[in-house]
Design a protein around this ligand. Structure first.
Ligand SMILES: [Zn+2]
Length: 308
């Protein structure tokens, strides 16, 4: 951590990193931001920073308009050795790093199964469901001495949602052919259902989610969103549907899933890059919104009284 802080001072003259971009499967088929044609000397690769849950995986510190942006690819699931090790604990390491660096605004890209989204549609989530990872969010809070019981009302930042929506709509309209397999449809509201890691959903589960009115299903957003709220961060989440969720459209599964990921990585990286660049240029996180206060608006300091 000390080396990283020295690098920040020496190269950027700053003590903190305001903006972070956690990549997910929407961009796991390409190196970001190298795939956008940036010179390599603008990128510092690092890993292995110790956290209470083990070392942080592979990360990049990227110069954007002369300011540092933290890029964590693949949700932090690439170990320092480059091994693919998915799981929610990687998010606890990643958000520990965000806290250490003083990050204020973070965007996340992901891919999902579509319940109301067709393959290639984009969702900028407005809400989420995750009953499974709440014990991990509590463990994160306890370990860092944060208060439990943060509110999860309006979990995604209205400012970042608006930035992601307009960047996606603008880029997809400007270059529809170059953006395929993205369809150009951007869903501006919807709920992301988080299911536990490692096993996909049954058709019966998806039917239950569909009847509840939920939009997409995935395995990463819940823990990330709860940790962002614990830290009072502005968070925006954008996902692309890689396939129909199980059982929908007659259980149809389009043929070349790896090809889909290889093709969607660049347009999704362009959208993310435009948003982080706009945040850097406009002093990320200096706006006033509910993200930093809604979580602590149930401040119960002093309770219970010792005499109770
Ligand atoms: Zn906000």
């Amino acid at each position: 951590m000390d080396k990283l802080r020295q690098h920040l001072r020496a190269h950027f003259g700053v003590e903190r990193v305001e903006v972070a971009w956690i990549g997910g499967s929407a961009t796991w088929a390409a190196p970001v931001p190298e795939c956008l044609g940036l010179p390599a000397d603008h990128i510092l690769h690092f890993s292995g920073i110790e956290t209470p849950w083990g070392p942080v995986g592979r990360c990049r510190l990227v110069a954007v308009e002369g300011r540092p942006v933290l890029r964590i690819p693949v949700h932090g699931w690439l170990t320092p050795e480059g091994r693919f090790d998915p799981g929610p604990v990687a998010s606890m390491r990643a958000f520990y790093l965000l806290r250490e660096l003083g990050v204020r605004a973070v965007i996340i890209d992901a891919s999902v199964g579509g319940i109301t989204l067709a393959p290639g549609d984009i969702l900028v989530a407005s809400d989420f469901i995750d009953p499974h990872d709440k014990p991990l969010a509590l463990e994160f809070a306890r370990q860092l001495g944060l208060r439990p019981w943060v509110r999860l009302g309006e979990p995604y930042c209205p400012v970042l949602r608006s930035r992601l929506i307009s960047a996606a709509q603008r880029l997809l309209a400007a270059d529809p052919d170059g953006s395929r397999p993205l369809t150009g449809t951007v869903h501006t509201e919807g709920t992301y259902v988080t299911t536990p890691f490692g096993v996909f959903e049954t058709a019966a589960e998806i039917e239950q989610y569909r009847q509840a009115g939920w939009s997409v299903v995935g395995q990463s957003a819940g823990i990330e969103t709860m940790l962002a709220r614990h830290l009072g961060l502005h968070l925006g989440h954008i996902s692309v549907a890689a396939n129909w969720a199980e059982g929908l459209e007659g259980g149809r599964w389009h043929g070349d899933m790896a090809g889909f990921y290889r093709d969607c990585a660049l347009p999704m990286a362009r959208i993310g890059w435009e948003v982080v660049r706009s945040l850097v240029l406009e002093d990320a996180g200096t706006w006033t919104c509910s993200c930093e206060t809604i979580g602590v608006s149930t401040d119960l300091t002093g309770l219970p009284v010792p005499e109770a």
